[in-house]
Design a protein around this ligand. Sequence first.
Ligand code: NAG
Length: 177
Amino acid sequence: MNHARLNVALVTVCGKAMRDVLLENVETPYNDIYQAILAKKCKLIPTRGRSVLNQHQIQLVYPDHPNGQQTGTVDRFDLSLLYTLIRNVSTVPEPTTFWGNDLQEQPTDSSLGASVQRIRSYRNLISGHSPDATLKQEEFENYWFKFDAVLRDIENALGRQVYCSDLARQETCYLCL
Ligand SMILES: *[C@@H]1O[C@H](CO)[C@@H](O)[C@H](O)[C@H]1NC(C)=O
């Protein structure tokens, strides 16, 4: 049950935060992230060398690949794909501890890049935890506390709320998850 609740929180609340980060950090001169994603197609799926996106992700990002000029909608992108696109397409700066590294050692880095990396790490840790194994109440609460902290950091960076209003936050977000 605790495991399921954490997964729901990752997919819903953290997913929304990651989508907002992607949508709002677009390099000039592109009008929006979709234009940027199209422009970076040869970087994400180069004709030679290793593709950044796997087959499933290519379908989601460029549904009419190889010839089309369409992109899929971010609503259908999962946390892994959002993370990859934030790193490769958005203007979110790399955290001081670099992309891909666990931020346990940098508990005070509240930059947007650090928050994105944290969500990535939580997702990996939680999905690596067997759903059958019981997640201790204490561990569960610890994740909940971390989710809350990282969402606040993202909200501060974006300058607005990404999920619930503050008043409703405790009750609506926490109880419904
Ligand atoms: C793009 O994303 C992939 C997967 O997350 C990563 O391995 C690669 O290093 C990223 N490229 C950059 C420039 O960050």
